[in-house]
Design a protein around this ligand. Sequence first.
Ligand code: ACO
Length: 323
Amino acid sequence: MIRSQITGCGTYLPARIMENSDLESIVDTSAEWIEQRTGIRQRHIVAENETTADIGEKAAREALAAAGVDPADLDMIILATSTPNNTFPATAVEIQSRLGMHHGYAFDMQAVCSGFVFALTTADQYIRNGSVKKILVIGAETFSRILDWTDRTTCVLFGDGAGAVVVEAAEGDGTMADRGILTSHLRSDGSHKEKLFVDGGPSTTGTVGHLRMQGREVFRHAVGMITDVIEAAYDSTGFTSEDIDWFVPHQANKRIIDASARKLGIPSEKVVITVDRHGNTSAASIPLALCEAARDGRIKRGDIVLLEAMGGGFTWGSVLLRW
Ligand code: ACO
């Protein structure tokens, strides 16, 4: 059986760090309020001339180097982003060109904070049907560009960043002892649109728009949706929370992560946290957290790793893999 294995990881965080205390001079907030309600202490913000393609390319190059894969050997690129450089063409195509790749194909995937889980699941489908062998999956976001910097209920929550992985086809036995992606589950429900959306777009206002969110409503739905797709992962693999070596959740809010882990019975020592330093980087948050834990030696070969995300749409999903 063909399995999709992650063979290399890369990350990039913009140089500029914005502390919670820096936000006190922008909106009516306090550093303590932000940390207490969200777990966030700081976030990275892109420079004026820095784009999603720039930071995505940096993470991509690092992932390719780590995997020992040349762009010439890649079959495709999927970029998960809600903050593309342009309405079209896809920013993935720009990154493809910058990597000197003129073959294969590249496209963007838009599932907001669930973008990386959607992109990784899509990559897994292409690999398992045998049509391609090497895929670059990137999550890159410049949410600082779509925030309303006068709205204290949203601008304190998000940050910019990029993470990338190389996914390669490998032979497996078809058992849960295989390395690679073992199962994935995606969901969406557009009836929740008004709870988290951007109030602009090419076909409506002709502007880019700003992020709008009913934070309490998002919070209310998040834990149930997250546990739904994790229980689906357990049902299809036979694993339980006791089998999970590392839980790498989307990094929206420490309270959502803690509540989900508690509900599932996953101890806090097994939860990878970056939201304190990165804020919510949307589609970039999982690859940033996954790559950090893989590089510092927490995630080891053979470990069972559980990824989950929930975001605008609503969209939500999980990926369970053996590293
Ligand atoms: N500083 C100070 N006060 C604030 C701030 C701020 N930055 N933001 C809101 N407040 C005030 C509110 O105005 C309100 O005041 P009021 O009682 O006088 O009306 C008070 O704080 C409490 O507001 P709540 O919205 O009830 O605060 P809550 O504890 O729910 O925390 C938060 C707000 C952090 C947004 C929370 O609801 C949350 O985390 N929701 C999840 C949303 C999220 O993480 N979204 C990310 C995108 S989706 C995803 O990635 C899953």
